[in-house]
Design a protein around this ligand. Sequence first.
Ligand SMILES: Cc1ncc(COP(=O)(O)O)c(C=O)c1O
Length: 354
Amino acid sequence: MYYFREDIKHKKPVNINVPDMKIKMGLNESSLNPFEVVKDEFLKKMKNVQLNRYFNDITKTLRKQLSDYANVAPECLAFGNGADEMLYYLFNAVRNNDNSFAVSLAPTYFDYKSYSGAVGLGIKFLSLNADLDFSVEEYLKLCEDENCKLAILCNPNNPTGNLLKESKIIEILERSKRMVLIDETYFEFSGKTFVDKIYEYPNLVIVRSFSKSFSAAGLRFGYIISHPDNIKELEKVMTIFNLNLMTQTMISTMLDNNEVFLKHNREIIENKKVVFNQLSAINGVSVHPSATNFLTFSAGDKTEDLFNFLIQNDIAIRPVWHHPILAKHVRVTISNAGHNATFIANVKKFMGEK
Ligand SMILES: Cc1ncc(COP(=O)(O)O)c(C=O)c1O
């Protein structure tokens, strides 16, 4: 007897295929521990937060702080446990029936497929071309189907690292007649946002994360920015106390100190330039430019052996070679100068350079 939804019967469980090595450069996390940075202030703030209660003023405070940070009115925001949870809610809210599907470019963030599948929303992909660009006409053609309920654009895109052309995004917002999700998880590294367009385009939904630029992957905090009418609809599928008060207090404390985290991002952007130049200079290695905190690169036929060599040397990076556009490619997260130097030294060693 099978007690669950038929469509999840053959769905593979979500698993993270990155080994847990000493030097963690596989999951686009930060090397800064936010708890160490704001511990005292957090504990002080927690004195006014009673965990035996459902409600606390911290929720209102956090909403106001986030609205200042994102430069939108508080009613344009919904937040929860990471961008992932917000994607899950959005996919759930747009799904109309068993034929509903979303459209996305590929390769892209792997979990669009995991979470759309989890809520019974199909997903169709249009492959990027070798220049990591795409045809708007082909994309819009997929969206034309009345069962298309969401057009997803990851900007900058993970795992290719590039920003999509602004004119193409605008064209999709204008012509698709669909809800358009722009994933700005790497916004603080790219500096590119469409937030100022949420009133101009009521079909625009933006998702962001604190996992990368606020060093808070383990804390789980992400948010959606959209026209207040969309937020109201989205909230209908959200659980009412989805985000615990302790996380809200921590995020609020981090926003009080946001300059610490934004400064760290600026350092990561500088480190990325160094790693990009060092990697590109290695014979046999080619690197994609990136508007994120990671670099996607190839060592040609040696890529898989390089990946394994790094594991043997306690360095985890991520294989991204499953899509033909990124065949023989891996992705490395930019870290602190020490980790980056160890990574480069090992790549050089493997490639036979000093
Ligand atoms: C493009 C993209 N969207 C969403 C997420 C999920 O972020 P979060 O940790 O906030 O759930 C990630 C994480 O890697 C990502 O790369």
